[in-house]
Ligand binder design. Structure first.
Ligand code: KIV
Ligand code: ZN
Length: 516
């Protein structure tokens, strides 16, 4: 192990995570995620790939203006245009980093780059030298590093450090490596490269074989001191190494991996919920750390053991990852101050208007639901914040349905300050509801995803709905929450239409194919 046992957590949810097809986030959502990542305590956040689109540039730039405690990083290929654009985007950040990369494997160099190895080596030196003129903190990545010839990888790493890179990342870009092999790779590079002591080594693992977390930990055990990861393991194809799994593995098994992070683990559940809500990527129930069943004990034998001593079946507490099972002690008679206090405790700060709206909805919910859990409040407030700034707002709806006639929905919306309503029939409640909304807001978008989840257990649980719409290559995710599944669906559809309208207005180009 290297001298310091501190692991730098580099979160790339907003860059590699956002590259998952359909996971696109808008500026407001990216800012929300960035601020929560800062609260979570990530050391570095990769905020985007500024050259890829104006939208990405604006998002990185906006994040650089508000994030104070984490380093804000922008990605760039090994070209002057990319590097200059990244430098411009991160300029306002108090702590900033340019992350530049080029492929080094024989396969990538020959077919993707169509460059000779010596030219690639020269590009490493030139790109870092330029980046170093614009920023002091430079990370260099050997894309497809785990499939790169060792001699060539060592030459590139040595040249990168000599040119001024302070972090060296060796990605397992295609998720091909195994823990033994990936760990040995770090040991080999750190031992062989003469100036290796002048840089911090980093892992970046994809999960194609389900080994991303194991590989990242093997890298750290063998000398890497930065781990790149994403919330919920979001990312290209099968995703990246999951931040929450890495951090909790290091915390729970500190006895055999004496490595520490700065992550405030109590914020993990909220970060997971926010990322899954804004991207529409549900967390599977049996997902480690953040799945709905991660702390549920069903079998009698387990429950008996838990009652006698929690440690019989619990290796970490739900509280340590921010999951509070306590039912909220506020009821329909509770006041605004108590509600505000609860929100503050959960890490939310709302302005007065949003607080009033959220409070009114909480009262409605407390009327309808026996117990109001923290998860309910989280869903309700996230939904309220999402709807607050919309030009098209859901007001009310009526529904007639049964097994004999087509369902009929009547929808009332507020569009640009004016109340409008329409009725429509459809093949079931959701279809009728969406048809009524479409009559008020005509559009050509395709429905790509309609997804319903329950926030908690029980038939009175709130439904959380995600609607993904696609129009001319532009994709948006809308979310809605309500104890009534159809109302939650209407809210989600309206939310998606608002986001689409903004994209149209900004004339945002289709999601880019420039992604690395
Ligand atoms: O997977 C990968 O190689 C990457 C690089 C751009 C770091 O995402
Ligand atoms: Zn990647």
């Amino acid at each position: 192990m290297s001298a310091t046992n501190q692991i730098i957590i580099f979160d790339t949810t907003l860059r590699d995570g956002e590259q998952s097809p359909g996971a696109a986030m808008n500026l407001e959502e990216k800012l929300k995620v960035a601020l929560l990542l800062e609260q979570l305590g990530v050391d570095v956040m990769e905020a985007g790939f500024p050259i890829s689109s104006n939208g990405d540039f604006e998002a990185v730039n906006a994040i650089a203006k508000v994030v104070k405690n984490s380093t804000v990083c922008g990605l760039a290929r090994a070209t002057a245009k990319d590097i200059e654009r990244a430098a411009e985007a991160i300029k306002p950040a108090p702590r900033k980093r340019i992350h530049t990369f080029i492929s080094t494997s024989p396969l990538h160099m020959k077919y993707k780059l169509q460059m000779e190895p010596e030219k690639v080596l020269q590009a490493v030196t030139d790109s870092i030298a330029l980046a170093r003129k614009l920023c002091d903190d430079i990370e260099w990545s050997a894309e497809d590093g785990s499939r790169t010839e060792h001699d060539f990888l060592c030459r590139c790493v040595e040249a990168a450090i000599k040119a001024g890179a302070t972090t060296i990342n060796i990605p397992d870009t295609v998720g091909y490596s195994t823990p033994q092999e990936y760990g040995d790779l770090f040991k080999m590079v750190i031992n062989r490269v003469p100036n290796a002591d002048k840089a911090i080594f980093s892992t970046h693992c994809h999960n194609d074989l389900g080994l991303a977390v194991a590989n990242s930990l093997a890298g750290a055990i063998n000398g890497a001191r930065q781990i790149e990861c994403t919330i919920n393991g979001l990312g290209e194809r099968a995703g990246n190494a999951a931040l929450e799994e890495i951090v909790m593995a290091l915390k729970v098994r500190h006895d055999i991996m004496p490595l520490s992070t700065n992550i405030k683990t109590e914020v993990i559940t909220r970060a997971s919920h926010l990322v899954s809500t804004v991207t529409g990527f549900n967390v599977q129930p049996n997902k480690s750390i953040v799945g709905a069943n991660a702390f549920a004990h069903e079998s009698g034998i387990h429950q008996d053991g838990m009652i006698k001593n929690r440690q019989t079946y619990e290796i970490m507490t739900p509280q340590s990852v921010g999951l509070t099972k306590t039912s909220m002690k506020l009821g329909k008679l509770s006041g605004r101050a108590a509600f505000r206090g609860k929100l503050q405790e959960m890490g939310y700060t709302l302005d007065d208007n949003a607080l009033t709206e959220a409070f009114n909805r909480f009262k409605d919910l407390a009327d309808k639901k026996k117990e109001v859990f923290d998860e309910d409040i989280m869903a309700l407030v996230d939904d309220e914040v999402a709807q607050a700034s919309q030009n098209i707002r859901f007001i009310s709806m009526e529904l007639r349905t049964g097994s004999k006639e087509p369902a009929q929905a009547k929808i009332e919306l507020l569009i640009d300050g004016k109340n409008v309503s329409a009725s429509a029939t459809g093949n079931g409640c959701v279809d009728a509801t969406f048809n009524a909304i479409k009559a008020l807001v005509p559009h050509q978008a395709n429905l790509q995803l309609y997804q319903v989840g329950a926030v908690t257990q029980g038939t009175d649980a709130q439904a959380e709905v995600t609607v993904r719409l696609e129009e001319m290559g532009r994709t948006v995710n809308g979310q809605g929450a309500d104890p009534d599944t159809i109302i939650a669906s209407a809210r989600a559809y309206v939310h998606a239409l608002n986001k689409l309208a903004i994209k149209r207005l900004k004339q945002e180009p289709p999601e880019d194919i420039l992604t690395p």
